[in-house]
Design a protein. Structure first.
Length: 202
């Protein structure tokens, strides 16, 4: 029998947001590490990944699970996804929100979250933080949302300020309830490199 996958920081953080086993929607599954780890712990996971190459990695991880039926891999765009079910937990790991190429695309992705979340469900994500300072030093290829252009590689995540995210969440009826600087739940600081957010319906 395949072993239960050990949990890394992100998988551990997201996994403990459910008090018991439940249904989890992963928007932007990336290499599948988080999705597979959660499925190995008994959750029913739907992993959405538009990239063919990344999706193959998710499928590879699925094949190693003792119960591969717990992980469903969907080839779809997280911005336009429409499933016939709702989830107790919706997550966007791997800075998935930062792959939006415009404010409208960010709104579309968050609208998908709102449509698929149970009324008492939880939404969580991690995003590169845009520090609230006058001078912002961003790694090359990591622009602000409004600097995103078609010339930038689609897998280069952008930085999002807490204010930008709060405004976007509010526009679809969601609210951030907790915000941390890392997966160890360090209190959020405006100059942090990362923000890890837990929220749900307003």
């Amino acid at each position: 029998m395949a072993p239960v996958l050990s949990l890394d920081g992100p998988s551990r953080f997201y996994g403990k947001l459910l008090p018991a086993t439940g249904r989890v929607l992963v928007l932007g599954a990336g290499d599948g590490l988080v999705a597979a780890a959660l499925a190995s712990r008994g959750h029913e996971v739907v992993a959405v990944e538009a990239s063919t190459s990344l999706r193959s990695l998710v499928l590879g991880r699925k094949a190693t699970l003792a119960h591969p039926d717990r992980l469903v891999v969907v080839a779809d765009d997280p911005r336009t996804l429409a499933l016939e079910k709702k989830f107790s937990l919706v997550i966007a790991p791997h800075q998935a929100l930062g792959l939006a190429r415009s404010p409208d695309e960010l709104h579309a992705l968050l609208s998908v979250v709102a449509r698929h979340l149970e009324p008492d469900g939880t939404f969580a994500f991690d995003a590169l933080n845009e520090p609230a300072t006058g001078e912002v030093h961003r790694p090359r290829g990591v622009p602000h949302l409004r600097e995103r252009t078609a010339a930038i590689h689609p897998l280069s995540p952008l930085r999002l300020s807490a204010a930008t995210l709060d405004e976007a969440l509010d526009s679809v009826g969601l609210v951030a309830r907790e915000r941390f600087s890392d997966f160890n739940e360090t209190p959020f600081a405006s100059d942090a490199a990362l923000q890890v957010v837990v929220g749900g319906p307003a």
